[in-house]
Design a protein around this ligand. Structure first.
Ligand SMILES: [Zn+2]
Length: 354
């Protein structure tokens, strides 16, 4: 390999923002290439995927990273450099990897219990620290696992956050069972696509909602048994009709305010609504009597554990689940890519490549 031109290796291209706002604040810049600290690897990003969290980080409400900031939680790439005394870690150089986006301490009470997503010093790549909308990103070596050889970089980058989140919701939180019915609200979003596939794999009957007939057809192709257009007033009645008015056992909800109240009413006795997002707003009203009389549960869920991440990566390696790509943009087109995410026209993941 030819030696790098002095000076060139110290910078990289990245999409970053200097003020909070919408996609328009992103700018394609030459920035200092990050250097790994001890225990970290420098990964050459071959693909990064978009998530709703990127939009929240950019807005600067709940997350307020120091500026300027590079967003992006999901990455697949090649290890360029490792800073560690461990020979096994050093041997990662040159390996294709995907990144577990939860930056946990691995030694607090929650981490020891395996709940890395509840870590006392919980951070997400790209939220509090610079992320993957760049040619290079530094991440703890502990957060890397080998990329399944059957996946392209674009698919591998589409796997971590949404599939790990959906797996945690269905398996760890809702404990969905093979004979149960799972309602996935907003099945075209990244988490929705992942939840439809994982619920179908668990053997559940899957009802998927989305806002267009085209997206519903796509949801059917990845495992939805019944589809319901939620842009129509009577969507909750349609869901009830699909269950002979018994209701669904599990609801996967990343939409929040817009669907929450009607969603809870679609729950069967002992039904569980699992919430992982608030795309449409934070607040909703519920009827408490209806909740306890039917022994329904509302469960919060955030990201997923390292174990969940390993589980979905294994399922992808075995071709049991497959990331669905909506579109691929160049890194410099990240604004356009985010506008597509916000348009709610996408089905599956939007990916950036350098
Ligand atoms: Zn911890």
């Amino acid at each position: 390999m030819a030696p790098m031109v002095q000076g060139k290796e110290s910078t990289m291209k990245a999409m970053r923002f200097h003020e909070f706002g919408g996609p328009e604040v992103l700018s394609y810049e030459d920035v200092p290439r990050p250097a790994p600290n001890f225990g970290e690897a420098l990964v050459r990003v071959k693909a990064a995927s978009l998530n709703r969290i990127d939009i929240w980080v950019e807005k600067g409400g709940y997350y307020k990273p120091s500026l300027p900031h590079i967003p992006g939680s999901d990455a697949a790439g090649i290890v360029e450099e490792v800073k560690a005394s461990d020979a096994a870690d050093a041997s990662l150089v040159g390996r294709k990897v995907i990144v577990y986006p939860t930056l946990a301490c691995f030694h607090c009470k929650y981490c020891i219990e395996g709940s890395h997503n509840l870590c006392a010093s919980y951070k997400t790549l790209g939220a509090q620290v610079d992320g993957s909308y760049a040619e290079y990103v530094t991440v703890p070596v502990k957060n890397l696992i080998g990329m399944p050889p059957n996946l392209k970089f674009e698919e591998a980058a589409a796997l971590p956050l949404t599939f790990t989140t959906a797996y945690h919701m269905l398996v760890d939180r809702a404990k969905a069972q093979p004979n149960e019915t799972v309602l996935v609200l907003g099945a075209g979003a990244g988490v929705g696509v992942a939840a439809v596939q994982i619920a179908a794999l668990l053997g559940a009957k899957v009802i998927a909602t989305s806002s267009s007939e085209e997206k519903l057809r796509k949801a059917q192709r990845i495992g939805a048994d019944v589809t319901v257009n939620y842009s129509e007033e009577g969507w909750a009645d349609e869901v009830m009709a699909a269950t002979n008015n018994k209701g669904v056992d599990v609801i996967i909800d990343h939409i929040g305010a817009e669907t929450f109240t009607k969603g809870i009413r679609c729950l069967a006795k002992n039904g569980r609504l699992v919430s992982c997002g608030v795309t449409s707003g934070n607040e909703a009203t519920i009827n408490i009597r209806e909740l306890f009389m039917a022994q329904r549960s509302i469960l919060g869920s955030v990201s997923g554990t390292m174990k969940d991440f390993l589980a979905v990566t294994r399922l992808a390696a075995e071709n049991k689940i497959r990331p669905v790509l909506d579109s691929v943009y160049r890194l410099r087109e990240a604004r356009k890519a985010q506008e597509r995410l916000l348009s709610r026209q996408s089905f599956g993941k939007i990916v950036l490549v350098p």
